[in-house]
Design a protein around this ligand. Structure first.
Ligand SMILES: [Mg+2]
Length: 156
C-alpha cells in the first residue's frame, strides 16, 4: 500500500524571514540558495529540506503539500523559485481548515488517512488532521531528516 507524506509550508519547509509567506512583499528574486522579497527580506528553506525531498523521491514515496496560506500564488512562486514544486504530486494550498486539504488528498490519491504522515508547526493543524487518523507530527524549528525517518518508520 502506498504512503503519502504531506508537508506544511511556512515554518515547516521554509522560514519566510521570521514570518509567513503571506506577510512578505513580492516580487521575489532568487539569490544563491535563498529568495529575497522586494524589501530585502530573506526566505530560506530549512537546511535538510532538499535532501529530504530527494531521498523520499528515490524511495518512491509520494509527497504532497497542505498549506492554509492566504496567498497561494505567492507560495507557488516560492516553490518555483526554490525549484521544489515538482517533488509534490498533490498541492493543496488555500485558506481553510486542513481537514478540507486532507479530504481532497485522500480523494485524489486514493491513499487512506492511516497511510499518511503530516508535518506541521501549528498544534491546531496537528490536532485537526490527527483526528482524521493521519499520523500528524508537530515540527519545531523546521523539518529535519530524523523527524521524517522516525515518522515514516512508525507507519509500518
Ligand atoms: Mg506552518
Amino acid at each position: 500500500m502506498d504512503k503519502l507524506v504531506v508537508f506544511d509550508l511556512d515554518f515547516t519547509l521554509w522560514d519566510a524571514g521570521g514570518t509567513w509567506c503571506d506577510c512578505t512583499n513580492p516580487p521575489y528574486k532568487r539569490v544563491n540558495n535563498h529568495v529575497v522579497d522586494s524589501y530585502g527580506s530573506q526566505i530560506v528553506l530549512y537546511p535538510e529540506v532538499r535532501s529530504i525531498l530527494e531521498d523520499l523521491t528515490s524511495e518512491n514515496i509520494i509527497m504532497a503539500l497542505a498549506s492554509r496560506t492566504s496567498a497561494p500564488s505567492w507560495a507557488r512562486q516560492l516553490l518555483d523559485l526554490f525549484e521544489i514544486e515538482d517533488f509534490f504530486a498533490y498541492q493543496e494550498i488555500y485558506p481553510s481548515s486542513k481537514i478540507a486539504h486532507f479530504n481532497q488528498l485522500k480523494k485524489d490519491s486514493g491513499i487512506p488517512f492511516n497511510k499518511m504522515v503530516f508535518f506541521d508547526d501549528e498544534m491546531r493543524n496537528i490536532q485537526e488532521v490527527g483526528s482524521l487518523g493521519v499520523h500528524a507530527v508537530y515540527v519545531r524549528d523546521g523539518i529535519n531528516t530524523s523527524i521524517v525517518k522516525k515518522a515514516i518508520a512508525s507507519l509500518k
